[in-house]
Design a protein around this ligand. Structure first.
Ligand SMILES: [Ca+2]
Ligand SMILES: [Ca+2]
Length: 111
């Protein structure tokens, strides 16, 4: 529901459902109201207490007002982006290879 209704193209939190469901106010909606509709001031809050801050959830397209909706695929996304950046900068892998060889050399010398 949140992914369908919230349009990330804008920075305004103009979706209704992230603040209130069918009729009840979500924890995030309550925080928004408590902040005087100052969205930026509660970006670092974790209104629904699922371990992710409101801004993290918005960036991940999950609902900051629903503890059952959180960025559980974040690790996979980070891995994917790292692979993309590796492809753009092969020097990164070479650095790791050199570090690995150095580590092996060090271990051999210890024996
Ligand atoms: Ca949260
Ligand atoms: Ca959430």
């Amino acid at each position: 529901m949140f992914n369908e209704t919230y349009n990330l193209s804008g920075t305004d939190l103009d979706s209704c459902s992230i603040c209130h469901g069918d009729s009840t106010l979500t924890p995030y909606g309550a925080d928004v109201l408590a902040s005087g509709l100052d969205f930026a001031s509660i970006e670092n809050n974790d209104s629904d207490e699922d371990g992710f801050s409101n801004i993290e959830e918005i960036n991940a397209l999950t609902s900051p007002g629903d503890p059952n909706d959180y960025p559980e695929t974040m690790v996979e996304e980070e891995t994917a982006s790292e692979e993309t950046s590796d492809a753009k900068s092969p020097g990164f892998e070479i650095t790791f290879a050199i570090a690995g060889i150095a580590a092996l050399t060090y271990l051999k010398r210890r024996r």
